[in-house]
Design a protein around this ligand. Structure first.
Ligand SMILES: [Fe+2]
Ligand SMILES: [Fe+2]
Length: 393
């Protein structure tokens, strides 16, 4: 049993696990993330689900390691002794080794029912640094007198700590050498441990790259550039246009299940058209992710992302700029893109009427439901522009 908060799991954890498997010839090593650690404040603690997912990613390629959610599933605070009892029930004939960090090993007597722990498992640890060696050995002697079986392995010292990784992530410095590449990717993709109080485009870049293909990243970049240009021309907030343009498709390549989860976490209820239309989810999930996960709490940015595919009645200037930029970004090359571009330079409504008449017709042709927001938007811009349209015909 190797338990811990794993907030996040890092290379030293993984090395420790591999070394114990080898040295003690273990048949199985269970990585067990804690639910609510009894000895830690939870201010920087990310959800159990995230920590569990990172453990799975970090240990995927290591034989004999299994990630277990028994502590997470158990209600209330996790005590090691309870987990050991549970493991003894699951594996009645097995010898159990409990792997602890040096700091945990030294404070074992403060844990709940230490003597029961000693009777259920051999307690194992490793020194963090040279100063630890003596102290650990003294503790070991004390525990042995109490009847405990112990193993102290003197592995190569490794000074990685989860708190250091959290610090580096928060400061936007690289921590790639300290964690598995898949864990690094996961941390960026889910915006964990990041400083949410600042607008930081480098970091937005990282979350985008962790979540999407190169092609979609280029599209996002182009939409940002185009949204900025339109914002400048028509007097919308240029900074917000860049932000919303950059992030508008942030969950476009996210699985449907995860999109729905993000939507649910943000307490957004899908309407009768949205629920059965997966194509509409990414705009809603994207807006929710940007506001609630990334902490960019701006109503106009939220709505620009939320309505970038459907449109809606009474769109703000910013919403219109992002909506159109999605059609006219530099890489777009569909039939009619040049007309759309030239209309966008005359009037936002003209460009929207042009774009929407295509997308509404396309949905109808394929016998797909049309979002009432799209229809309201279509009607609004068509009525507003009908005079000039008829004149030009
Ligand atoms: Fe989109
Ligand atoms: Fe897009």
């Amino acid at each position: 049993m190797f338990g811990g908060s794993f907030n996040p799991i890092h290379n030293a954890h993984v090395n420790l696990a591999s070394s114990f498997i080898k040295k003690l010839k273990l048949d199985k090593l269970l990585l067990i993330p804690t639910a609510t650690p009894p000895h830690k404040s939870d201010s920087e603690m990310v959800s159990a689900e995230h920590r569990l997912n990172m453990c799975t990613l970090a240990s995927e390629d290591i034989k004999k390691v299994e990630v277990s959610d028994i502590e997470i599933k158990r209600e209330g605070k996790s005590y090691t002794v309870d987990t050991l009892r549970q493991l003894k029930e699951i594996y009645p004939d097995s010898e159990i080794f409990l792997i602890t960090g040096a700091d945990m090993f030294m404070t074992l007597l403060e844990w709940r029912e230490p003597e029961e722990i000693f009777s259920l498992a051999t307690v194992c640890s490793v020194p963090r640094n040279d100063d630890d060696v003596e102290v650990l050995e003294e503790k070991e002697k004390l525990y042995n007198k109490m009847g405990a079986k112990t193993v102290i392995l003197d592995l190569k010292k490794c000074s990685i700590s989860s708190s250091r990784i959290r610090e580096l992530a928060f400061e936007d410095e690289s921590f790639s050498k300290l964690v598995d590449p898949k864990v690094e990717q996961y941390i960026y993709a889910n915006y964990l441990y990041m400083d949410k109080s600042k607008i930081n485009y480098d970091r937005f870049d990282k979350v985008l790259k962790a979540r999407m293909s190169e092609k979609r990243y280029i599209h996002s970049f182009n939409v940002a550039v185009e949204a900025q240009r339109l914002a400048k021309k028509y007097g919308a907030d240029v900074e917000k246009a860049r932000l919303a343009g950059m992030l508008h498709d942030i969950t476009k390549e996210t699985s449907g299940n995860e999109q729905l989860q993000i939507i649910e976490n943000s307490n957004i209820i899908l309407n009768d058209i949205e629920r059965p239309s997966p194509k509409l989810w990414h705009a809603i999930a994207g807006a929710a992710f940007v506001r609630d996960v990334m902490g960019i709490d701006d109503e106009d940015v939220f709505n620009a992302i939320r309505y970038h595919t459907s449109g809606r009645a009474n769109m703000s200037l910013l919403e219109k700029c992002v909506f159109i930029a999605d059609f006219t970004g530099a890489e777009r090359d569909y039939d009619g893109v040049e007309e759309m571009r030239s209309l966008s330079n005359k009037s936002l409504e003209e460009a929207m009427a042009f774009g929407l008449s295509f997308s509404v017709a396309d949905l109808a042709k394929r016998r797909l439901a049309i979002d009432p927001n799209s229809l309201a938007c279509y009607n609004e811009v068509v009525l507003k522009t009908s005079k000039s349209y008829n004149k030009s015909k």
